[in-house]
Design a protein around this ligand. Structure first.
Ligand code: ASP
Length: 342
């Protein structure tokens, strides 16, 4: 079994600067010296690092494309892929790759750690070694057990585009609020096969890595002012907006808010309603206060995460530079398990 380890950086790879006391990414050789186990197990592991290694706050759409290319270019040579990545923006990267790697039939497992690999109580080794095992695991028919882009951290394997970083301190940094875990790792790794997606095995992997960053998040809050809403919705070049609403997709009853949204939609901007709640789905029309949003042309994001919705918009706008109708339709369609419509 062969696994390719793509190494982008993150806390897992970091060392403390003696002067400032701040953590910064170290080099590959230092990292490798902390995990000699990597190279003696049943699974053959090759490493492909970013140069330089990055804190995930510096990861951008160009880096998503680079990661997707690294998987695509090496696809036939490996049984699975593990991507070492900082936890801060891991949910965005995992979501983006789930859209970019079309017809994926091999595991791409993101992992990282909350403590650097060289620290005594670090969660790095366990996360890394379990992620490698998952990436190499086959089912009884010899196919990849989890042919999806996932995140493994602490004891849980989640579909990447369903995750959110929920904790800046605990080892269990991620949660998937609207979709069950795909596996749990204890003494054994227990796979929840009924929740794992399987691709059409005859289809070839396709790389679709264009993105368009002309998107924005407009988060509603009690007391939000008209100039703030107007400034966001009239941003030059804007193509898509994630409208973060209350509860089941509700907004304050302000005529100026509806008017700005309607104007934006008429100018061709796609506005998607995403609830600020972690769990549950948007249901526009359930309350009177969400009906005007529907009338303004705002569409539902259902139970998608903000991370998945933003990256899906960037990806769809990048791949469809002038077909807004198609983008509108696809934003309301599950492409790789990122949303549930009922
Ligand atoms: N700042 C770090 C990063 O995202 C945090 C981590 O890896 O957990 O790169």
């Amino acid at each position: 079994m062969k696994v390719l380890l793509l190494f982008t950086g993150g806390t897992i790879s970091m060392v403390r600067d003696a002067k400032s006391g701040a953590l910064h990414p170290a080099d590959m050789a230092t990292f490798q010296s902390f995990v000699p186990e990597l190279f003696v197990g049943d699974v053959e592991v090759d490493m492909l690092p970013f140069d330089p290694l990055l804190d995930s706050s510096d990861i951008n759409p160009e880096n998503w494309s680079k990661m997707a290319h690294m998987v695509y270019d090496n696809y036939d040579k490996y049984d699975g892929f593990v991507i070492l990545h900082g936890t801060d923006t891991m949910s965005y990267s995992a979501s983006a790759l789930s859209f970019m790697l079309h017809n994926l039939s091999k595991p791409v497992v993101f992992t990282g750690s909350q403590l650097p690999v060289g620290v005594l109580r670090s969660d790095a080794k366990e996360n890394l070694l379990t992620a490698i095992e998952i990436a190499a695991t086959k089912d009884e028919d010899g196919n990849a057990m989890v042919p999806e882009v996932t995140i493994f951290m602490d004891d849980a394997l989640y579909r990447g585009n369903r995750t959110t970083k929920r904790n800046a301190e605990h080892f269990s940094a991620f949660n998937s609020y609207n979709y069950p875990a795909l596996a749990r790792a204890g003494v054994r790794i227990t796979y929840q096969k009924q929740f794992i997606q399987h691709p059409n095995t005859t289809a070839q992997l396709r790389l679709r890595d264009k993105t368009d960053c002309n998107v924005a998040v407009l988060k509603l809050f009690p007391g939000i002012t008209e100039p703030v809403v107007k400034a966001i919705l009239t941003t030059p070049g804007l193509r898509g907006v994630v409208l973060e609403t209350y509860g089941a997709g509700n907004a304050p009853s302000c005529d100026w808010l509806y008017q700005h949204l309607r104007d934006a939609v008429e100018r061709g901007i796609i506005v998607v309603n995403k609830t600020q709640c972690n769990t549950g789905s948007v249901a526009m029309g359930q309350y009177a206060v969400s009906l005007p949003l529907l009338k303004a042309g705002v569409i539902s994001g259902y139970d998608i995460t903000t991370e998945a919705l933003l990256t899906k918009m960037m990806y769809l706008f990048g791949e469809n530079p002038s077909n807004n109708e198609l983008v509108r339709e696809l934003l309301q369609t599950p492409l790789c398990g990122e949303l549930t419509k009922d």
